[in-house]
Ligand binder design. Structure first.
Ligand code: SF4
Length: 457
């Protein structure tokens, strides 16, 4: 359950269970912000809620099961449940499992969710409620924020049903995105995580329309967005960290690398390659295929040696032969990516890939998964070992309590680590004045396959 405090009497209280990816988290934040503007308060537990919202994920079958279980728990604990999010597109399946749900709405149908809440828990319009200006609700820690620049996707990757769930690409206006980013940074955000389904395609649907921002014409385009985000400063005058996620390697990505070298953008790119074999990429119908990517990685590293590249890969896609898989392994040895997530192919109901011939047997998938993990962990360990002895900026996420000797430890992340998905930097002997969101210089003393260990320099 997610909570936000309130002290006003007689307000209807909403409980929120938010599942799924960062994009769903942003949706939850928007829904809660609107509900609060309508005079609702938020419950700390199921029992205190007039109605519980469950924001679901319906991407993989395992996520659907998790969503159905969360709905079941909310019904058992509270009884009055409204479902929203990606799995909301499968209302029949939800009603079959949980006929008691009050209402079901789909992904980013903010109006409908709010309407359903109004119907099932009409707001009590106290005289003060509407007069209290409050910042947007955030479910992520205050020092980092997700910045969603578009919804949906124009591609049709064979393993993915996002376009069915979320529709075609719909980009936000550039000035609206920049205003939100500016507000977040003014309110204490030290790290912005730019998210979408395809960040490189930002603005394609609105023909990269220009808007005036700070007296300049700025296009709805990833490079303009990156340049403008690089101009933001925190109230302390520091450049916030800005991380680009879900970037496909279209040619214009080259233009943001110099911004990283100048320190205006965090030297980090999350590029979901998913495979390297041209044959498998074609079967997957992936945008921006692998040709020349290795050369470009080299060129990017020549411009910005500290750039960290994160990616994810699917093994055991239908039709993937041993030769295709070995191609991927050889490619990874060459690419030397910093962070890699690997997944075994899992059919998703409604995805085109399910009809492809030559499924890979489960045992072979497992064996390939073990091999890719072994290779990528070895590369990661070597890359992290090379950081021992260096001093790196680290953003603090959490400060612990003193141990029996009075030493305090803290957990943070380097610029190569996005929250939730990458590694951590563990610091020992930190001062008790250290707080989440502080950015310190850390001397790195040790490393393992995923994390770094050090002390404030
Ligand atoms: S780019 Fe492909 S994987 Fe990503 S959301 Fe679009 S269709 Fe799905």
């Amino acid at each position: 359950m997610t909570t936000a405090p309130t002290t006003l009497p007689d307000q209807k209280r909403i409980g929120m269970v938010s599942l799924g990816c960062p994009k769903a988290l942003v949706d939850s934040e928007r829904i809660l912000t609107r509900l609060r503007a309508d005079g609702y308060a938020f419950a700390e537990d199921y029992a205190g809620a007039d109605v519980v919202l469950v924001n679901t994920c319906g991407f993989l079958d395992s996520a659907k099961e998790e969503s159905l279980a969360a709905i079941g728990e909310a019904i058992a604990e509270n009884g009055r449940v409204i479902v929203t999010g990606c799995m909301g597109e499968e209302a029949d399946a939800i009603r079959a499992a949980h006929p008691q749900v009050l209402a079901i709405t789909g992904a980013h149908q903010y109006e409908q969710v709010v309407e359903a809440v109004h119907t099932h828990a009409p707001p009590s319009q106290g005289p003060f409620v509407d007069l209290i200006p409050q910042p947007d609700i955030k479910l992520t820690p205050r020092h980092y924020s997700y910045l969603k620049i578009s919804e949906g996707c124009n591609h049709s990757c064979a393993f993915c049903i996002i376009p069915q769930l979320r529709g075609k690409l719909a980009s936000r206006r550039i000035d609206a995105v920049l205003r939100e980013a500016e507000k977040l940074v003014a309110a204490g955000t030290k790290e912005l995580l730019v998210i979408s389904q395809d960040t490189s395609a930002y603005g394609v649907d609105i023909r990269h329309e220009s808007r005036s921002w700070k007296g300049r014409d700025v296009r709805a385009h990833m490079t303009d967005l990156a340049r403008e985000l690089g101009q933001l400063r925190t109230p302390e005058g520091e450049t916030p960290w800005v991380r680009l996620h879900y970037v496909y390697p279209y040619p214009h990505v080259d233009q943001v690398i110099p911004l990283m070298a100048e320190g205006l953008l965090t030297p980090y790119l999350d590029i979901p390659f998913q495979h390297a074999s041209p044959k498998v990429l074609k079967l997957m119908k992936r945008p921006a295929n692998e040709a020349k990517v290795l050369e470009r990685l080299k060129a990017w590293r020549a411009i910005c040696p500290d750039i960290a590249i994160r990616s994810s890969f699917v093994v055991g896609f239908p039709g993937e032969t041993e030769a295709d898989f070995q191609y991927l392994i050889d490619w990874l040895e060459e690419a030397q990516l910093d962070r890699v997530g690997a997944f075994r192919f899992e059919p998703v109901a409604g995805a085109a890939a399910n009809a492809l011939p030559d499924p890979v047997p489960e045992a072979v998938k497992e064996e390939r998964y073990a091999r890719i993990m072994e290779v990528t962990e070895r590369i990661s360990a070597a890359k992290l070992a090379a950081k021992v002895g260096r001093t790196l900026p680290v953003i603090i996420d959490d400060v612990g309590d003193p141990d029996e000797d009075g030493d305090i430890g803290a957990t943070g992340r380097s610029q190569a680590d996005a929250p939730e998905i990458d590694g951590a930097v563990y610091l020992r002997n930190v001062p008790e004045t250290l707080a989440p969101g502080d950015i310190v210089q850390a001397a790195i003393e040790d490393a393992d396959a995923h994390d770094l260990f050090g002390v404030i320099a």
